[in-house]
Design a protein around this ligand. Sequence first.
Ligand code: NDP
Length: 473
Amino acid sequence: MERVVAKQYDLIIGGERVATSEHFEIRDPGTGDVVGLCPVATKEDLDRAVASAREAYRTWSRSGDQERKEAVDRIADSIHANMEELAQLLTLEQGKPLNGLGSRFELHGAEAWARHTGTLDLPVEVLHDDETGRVELHRKPLGVVGSITPWNFPILIAIWHVVPAIRAGNTVVIKPSPYTPLSTIRMVEILNDVLPEGILNVVAGRDDLGQMMTSHPDIQKIVFTGSCATGRKVMQSASETLKRVTLELGGNDAGIVLPDADPKAIAERLFWGAFINNGQTCAALKRLYVPGNIYDELCEALVDYAGTVRVGHGLDEGSILGPIQNRMQYDKVVDLVEDAKRSGARILCGGKASEGPGYFYPVTIVADATDGMRIVDEEQFGPVLPIIRYTDLEDAIEQANGLDVGLGGSAWSSDVDKAKAVAARLECGTAWVNNHGAIKPFAPFGGVKGSGLGVEFGDLGLKEYTSVQVVHQ
Ligand code: NDP
């Protein structure tokens, strides 16, 4: 039988494909089959990409607002035109299904975010203007932005980093996660057809490449989405050259259900708050606090809903959830669930690793979880929701705020004002009422405490890609 040779991907530097001498295999997390070969960039390749972005910056930083907005619109158009190809590749390497809140949803999000960012303005602010003089505040680009992205939403997060950077007049070198590099590489290749040469470059490779970027003297800002531990390393390394940083890190979002909530009415929204992208979402619901009067009823409603969700290979049009993306994450999920069992928690559904092939793990709902169990205190980042019983609302709020992270949080009640009052007391960057995880391109998003630094999206997010220059006249 003829051997199928996996497609080899190249770096994109200065608008050109650049072949590397080394590659590694990217495998479909649903089957283990090879999807393609990822290039391994060397230090010299990174230097070349940064030099190309630096050269392009000379012109791009002097472009006008209209030109930048048109470029961003072309990015949105191009994503739209290539949506299905990118969605298929994303599913193959990431595992998420084409349907449900999967790849096509992610691509639509990428287009919507790009489209909105193209409408944002960076007007000159007049701080003072009278007969004694005039003081203006201008927003200027920073230079070369280094973008480091994770494996959970490779396309959408890339767009969140790249588009505001370009809109503000910067140029970019992006480095996707080594688990899911191919869809980003292909997207950058496609986008280079509609962008000026050198303003968007992609490098990929092994684990030392991110560190090389965070210490690179010619990169002026790092935007990083990933784990808290790595975020701290990024900041430390970036401090040597005083780079600006935006860090969007992990969380361990709590949801608090109030005693008057209607379990059946909220079960579906709670479920997707927790299980979107198989729980591999920074701001997914990861701990649910429920009062005793509705505890059993809510657990039952969640288990019933879970039974309707089809898990399968992402390319199967009927699948709504796919496999976990990688072995490291799969092992972590298995370990946390086994630890919960040993600690006395009750597994209401799932909880048993599949035999493979692929990193499939069933939707798992864990009852009788308590603070202090690893499944509650650690970010599971997988298809598992621990449910904690509470008797006193004040205790539940304290427990929800008891960790050193604070990305999102939610409160659930039949009385919106009551839920709002609880949501306001959660220590997190985004608080939701009767919802968890909804985000909008105009609403700033970021974490407090150990969940990050700075915000993305909207006017505030765009300003993070600028420096201030005050002009006195
Ligand atoms: P990491 O945070 O380690 O990786 C995210 C990105 O950072 C990758 O592109 C990675 O590439 C890069 N990176 C790693 N180390 C450095 C470094 N020292 N300097 C610069 N860049 C670096 O996440 P993992 O993939 O290891 O996942 C671990 C955990 O992170 C998960 O279990 C989950 O809890 C959390 N996570 C959170 C995400 C979020 O959206 N907030 C997304 C993904 C994971 P490379 O390895 O090539 O350096």
